[in-house]
Design a protein around this ligand. Structure first.
Ligand code: PLP
Length: 424
């Protein structure tokens, strides 16, 4: 066995060493070619080795790579914030830059709590969330995540935030179908708010399309409209965790736009730097920021590398690349085509239960029995085996599912770079 000096997520596996990437492909040191149909972890949204991004990195590095956020701002950070404000719907005008999706959701959580505090309401501190969700690995983000296997070891350190059922139509807890179900899963939000008391709740957080915990679970059409209405009725902020879905993954800058919903705060990450630099953001609306700007005047959070010009220049170049090449426009079309091709596999493989998703964020759920939807026992590690087999064949796909028996089935995400061609 080859020796490695890195701490690995899986100690029994030695990973291939990647030499370079080009477009939708990665090439390892032995010359093996991989089709990156997962964009790594739904991150390399414009593919690998894009010359414009490398140039933008170099240009910024020649000027300045780092300035500290409480001493200076930079042209790159200002331009990026302005561009995000321009590209997002409504009045999502205030960007707080961080370095990972977990930091973005935690910052969003803090902004929500601070918003109420600055309005004189000290009790609105709980964040409602959903089961079958993932908002990040740090303690605040994990507290909001309905992902049992990632929480299990750290339960004593987690805040006990309440959670409701997700819009998981394939395994509807009510055994109903949308829209005749009357969106009972969305109504659970209202029931939870009434039980806990709106004066205790700062915000509700949800992924527009559930990623890692579920495998591209897309909600029925009016689900988020209902959610937003309930939030407004009870004076609760709506945080959209668009870390996976944002920056065009579903064909629009934010996935929420697909349902005509404007969140109060948005968490962005992954595709924001497209893998070229670590960058993420919590983007807040004028409404959220108003009492903060009138009160203490700054968001009580931040990291040393927040808003560093180097990452901001990369993210700006990524947005400009998306814009110049009109990439989002084709995403829906490509997603429909890919889904159609995946559907053709169903008759051949009787363990495909569900094929779902939105844009180029697609998922397949594997089941022991497609009629009863009986999941495979976890101990069989079906997802892992499928992923390893695909990797052997030179195809990269991404694991999903909460990892606990009885919560959901085995699933994978298929999320190639948005630049992929139909032929690829
Ligand atoms: N939110 C969502 C929806 C995610 O999918 C992820 C990561 O998979 C995160 C937050 C956390 O992002 P990061 O891994 O960059 O901390």
């Amino acid at each position: 066995m080859e020796k490695t000096f890195l701490i690995k997520p899986m100690l029994d596996e030695i990973y291939p060493v990647i030499d370079y990437g080009k477009g939708v492909y990665l090439f390892d040191r032995n010359g093996k070619k991989y089709l990156d149909a997962a964009s790594g972890a739904v991150t390399a949204n414009i593919g690998h080795g894009v010359a414009e991004i490398v140039e933008a990195m170099m240009e910024q590095a020649k000027k300045v790579s780092f300035v500290y956020r409480s001493q200076f701002t930079s042209e790159a950070a200002e331009k990026l914030a302005a561009k995000i404000a321009e590209w997002t719907p409504g009045e999502l005008n205030w960007c707080f830059f961080v370095n990972s999706g977990s930091e973005a959701t935690e910052t969003a959580m803090k902004m929500a709590i601070q918003h109420w505090q600055e309005r004189g309401n000290q009790t609105k501190t709980k964040i409602l969330s959903r089961w079958v969700s993932y908002h990040g690995i740090t303690m605040g983000a994990l507290s909001m995540s309905g992902h049992p296997s990632r929480r299990a070891r750290f339960i004593p350190l987690l805040e006990d935030f309440p959670a409701i059922n997700p819009p998981y139509c394939y395994r509807c807890p009510y055994n109903l179908e949308a829209p005749s179900c009357n969106y009972l899963c969305a109504k659970e939000l209202e029931t939870a708010i009434k039980r806990i008391g709106p004066d205790q709740i700062a915000a509700f957080i949800a992924e527009p399309v559930i990623g890692a915990a579920g495998g591209a679970i897309s909600p029925p059409k009016d689900y988020f409209k209902q959610i937003k209405m309930i939030c407004e009725e009870y004076d609760i902020l709506f945080i959209a965790d668009e870390v996976m879905t944002g920056f065009g993954r579903t064909g629009t800058m934010l996935a929420c736009e697909q349902w005509g919903v404007v969140p109060d705060i948005v968490a962005l990450g992954k595709g924001m730097g497209a893998g070229y630099a670590p960058i993420a953001a919590a983007v807040a609306s004028e409404k959220v920021m108003e009492p903060i700007l009138a009160g203490s005047k700054s968001v009580m959070s931040g990291h040393t590398l927040s808003a560093n010009p180097q990452s901001c220049a990369v993210s700006l170049a990524v947005l400009e690349y998306l814009e110049k090449n009109d990439i989002m426009k084709e995403v829906d079309n490509k997603g429909v085509y890919l889904k159609y091709q995946l559907e053709k596999l169903k008759p051949q493989f009787n363990f495909i239960g569900d094929i779902r998703g939105k844009g180029l964020l697609l998922g397949i759920e594997f089941v022991a029995d497609p009629i009863t939807k009986q999941p495979f026992p976890r101990k069989l590690s079906v997802t892992q085996k499928i992923i390893e087999h695909a990797k052997d064949k030179g195809l990269l796909i991404y694991p999903a599912g909460s990892g606990i028996d009885g919560v959901n089935g085995d699933a994978v995400i298929i999320s190639p770079p948005l630049t992929i061609t139909k032929r690829e």
